[in-house]
Design a protein around this ligand. Structure first.
Ligand SMILES: [Mn+2]
Length: 269
């Protein structure tokens, strides 16, 4: 059980039946990547259907698809105009993503088992209705297969990626989670997907046995570091924000260009 995050935050589910681990996943929930010895690695925050903006950022940092890798900390879909491009991006051999709460809501919606605690349609999910009946299950299956966490070997220890919050003070615990035992996993999955607790408390403890843990989910004006935990969702998906590209090997972040899309009128946000 997670011991860091305490009581569930308001967005978190209360029923085990509706919790994030209650539906079988097609992939191991913790994926490990070997060190990239031929190019650079970058982690990027929430994308939310803004893949053209993301590409603009990649161009700005000179991303080389032949040798570099891009790791998304989740929330590929909802809110932006190009959520339906998510599978195209997941097909790219250099693009790897974990599951965010929006990806979770989208896949539950797409397979006809909507997550009852949050109305996905009210949180950017209307794009799913635009897909054909043939496309929707494919999105459901692909998003359901996203792992809840990743670790990237940097040659100086691993850097961990989790969408919202790390359930443990010791990264090795992530490797001990019985990911296929859905009842045991649900509280862990809920923390990984939804929790804003550590950030809200400005918790600055050091997660052991990992160089750094990288999160999205909590949108900040500039990247923030608490202990060895790095929050990199700097709102590249919304007007005035920018993508932050964090090199896990050097632990150096580069800012992408400012998102110059017009600010939507208030009722359309
Ligand atoms: Mn999120």
């Amino acid at each position: 059980m997670p011991h860091r995050t305490g009581a569930p935050a308001t967005e978190q589910p209360t029923s085990a039946d509706d919790s994030a681990g209650a539906v079988d996943r097609a992939a191991p929930a913790l994926l490990r990547f070997a060190q990239n010895t031929v190019g650079r690695d970058f982690a990027v925050g929430d994308i939310h259907g803004c893949f053209t903006e993301l590409q603009r950022g990649l161009d700005a940092i000179g991303f080389d698809a032949r040798t570099d890798r891009l790791f998304s900390v989740g929330d590929l879909v909802d809110r932006g105009p190009e959520s339906h491009h998510a599978l195209r991006w997941l097909d790219k051999p250099w693009f790897h993503a974990i599951c965010g709460n929006h990806d979770f809501m989208a896949w539950r919606h797409a397979i006809g088992q909507p997550y009852e605690e949050v109305d996905h349609l009210q949180h950017g999910g209307a794009w799913l209705l635009m897909l054909s009946d043939a496309e929707r299950p494919e999105f459901g299956a692909r998003l359901a297969a996203l792992p809840l966490a990743m670790e990237v070997d940097t040659g100086q220890g691993v850097v961990g990626l989790v969408h919202a919050d790390c359930p443990y003070d010791d990264w090795l615990e992530m490797g001990r989670v019985p990911w296929h035992n859905t009842e045991a996993v649900s509280a862990v999955a809920d923390c990984c997907l939804w929790s804003i607790d550590s950030y809200a408390r400005r918790y600055a403890g050091h997660v052991k046995n990992v160089r750094a843990v990288v999160h999205g989910h909590t949108t900040t004006r500039t990247m923030e570091i608490l202990g060895n935990v790095q929050f990199i969702d700097t709102g590249g998906w919304r007007p005035g924000g920018h993508f932050t590209f964090l090199d896990p090997q050097a632990l150096v972040a580069t800012q992408g260009p400012v998102n110059a899309a017009p600010v939507p009128s208030r009722r359309n946000r």
